[in-house]
Write a protein that binds this ligand. Structure first.
Ligand SMILES: [Zn+2]
Length: 385
């Protein structure tokens, strides 16, 4: 049995804080080449961003093609003195592996590699189809030289994926409690109300944007965007700041601004959502000298869902057999690279337990690494059966 713990420790010892690779992809390249994979290292560039190293490895040349996706970059350790174990030493204490990336997501990658190597060893060294790894070093920061470009690069080579397992830490409390089958989209904007500046003693000569923006904030917050559906909770608009920037007590300000973010389900696209909000603002704004508008931030995160079916069923079966838990099919939480992969093939996310990700003393029980490896191994057996 190939040891996920040994692979994870080797990965954790590479301090691959985005954009550094620090040897992490080389660990995977060596293991996968030795197992017969064709391995490509691809570097992507973008003005104003660091060059990033990525890896694509494939074995087999027929369908079905199952790809394991992930990222080897990690967030910074923060206050290193606050860690009880060195963030980049891969130490094990009392059956727990410590280190930045232990759960997000070097541990998950180690389990997928260990499971695939074990599957190949048990099946004459070749899959009954194709297995690949899509691994980026650019997920945790601006993510411009990572999965998006790697997927485009692979498509230009003629690579076709049938299904993808992304090993992000999907579980909430215990291994097996949650598979992510989709994600909500995210859209941010600023509501701007322009009035007319003036002396507070002569309000008839001014138009005050402050009460107006308060009314618009209430109107936009109170009116539901939808009522949710089988896969998703209702979409939610949250105001995050209100700014007037007025230091004087005797001046009616010219402008008021309020920032908001919307986490939305698959009943909207970025475009339909923008026009819905703009319509609501236009309908709620007072007649007269006040003008309201919205400045949108660009968004590349639409909502998506991988509909439950044979693929999710086989992953659920593998999880249940190993962990005894029946996972919830969930779409909560933030965004991930799955939002890009979904344009190429159905994708689900299943990895370690996310509780310590991005925290001091990020860690995972070694037992979870063993169980996750067994789950992935079960997925491979069922997928290529
Ligand atoms: Zn991650």
């Amino acid at each position: 049995m190939t040891d996920a713990l040994a692979i994870a420790r080797e990965l954790l010892r590479c301090p691959s804080v985005t954009p550094a690779d620090a040897g992490a992809l080389g660990v995977l390249e060596r293991l996968l080449r030795a197992a017969g994979f064709e391995v490509h290292r691809v570097t992507f560039s973008e003005p104003g961003a660091a060059d990033i190293d990525n890896l694509y490895a494939r074995i087999g040349d027929t369908a079905p093609h199952l790809t394991f996706a992930g990222h080897t970059d990690v967030v910074p350790p923060g206050d290193v003195a606050a860690w009880s174990h060195d963030a980049f030493a891969g130490e094990v204490a009392d059956g727990v592996l410590y280190g930045r990336g232990a759960v997000d997501m070097k541990g998950g990658i180690a389990c997928s590699v260990a499971a695939v190597l074990d599957y190949l060893a048990a099946n004459g060294g070749r899959p009954k189809g194709s297995i690949s790894f899509l691994i980026t070093g650019d997920e945790e920061d601006v993510a411009v030289n990572g999965t998006v470009k790697l997927l485009q690069w692979a498509a230009e080579r003629g690579e076709k994926f049938d299904h993808c397992v992304l090993g992000e830490p999907s579980n909430v409390e215990a291994l097996g409690d949650c598979i992510k089958i989709g994600r909500r989209g995210s859209l941010s904007g600023t509501l701007i109300v322009d009035g007319v500046q003036g002396h507070v003693a002569y309000p008839q000569r001014a138009a005050n944007p402050v009460p107006e923006i308060a009314r618009l904030i209430t109107a936009l917050s109170d009116d539901p965007l939808d009522h949710g559906n089988e896969q998703f909770p209702p979409s939610n608009l949250e105001f995050t700041s209100v700014d007037v920037g007025n230091a004087a007590t005797n001046v009616i300000p010219a402008q008021a601004r309020a920032k908001f973010n919307i986490r939305f389900n698959n009943q909207h696209s970025v475009e339909t959502l923008r026009s819905l909000i703009e319509q609501r603002v236009a309908a709620a704004v007072s007649a007269g000298r006040l003008k309201a508008r919205i400045e949108w931030l660009p968004s590349n995160s639409g909502a998506f869902v991988t509909k439950p079916g044979p693929f999710t069923d086989l992953v659920v079966a593998a999880i249940e057999q190993v962990t005894g838990r029946r996972p919830k099919l969930d779409t909560g939480g933030g965004t991930s690279d799955a939002r890009f992969i979904t344009h190429y093939c159905p994708v689900i996310e299943f990895g370690l337990v996310g509780q310590t990700m991005h925290k001091v003393d990020e860690c995972t029980p070694v037992a979870d690494l063993q169980q996750l490896t067994a789950v992935y191994r079960g997925v491979l057996d069922r997928y290529f059966a």
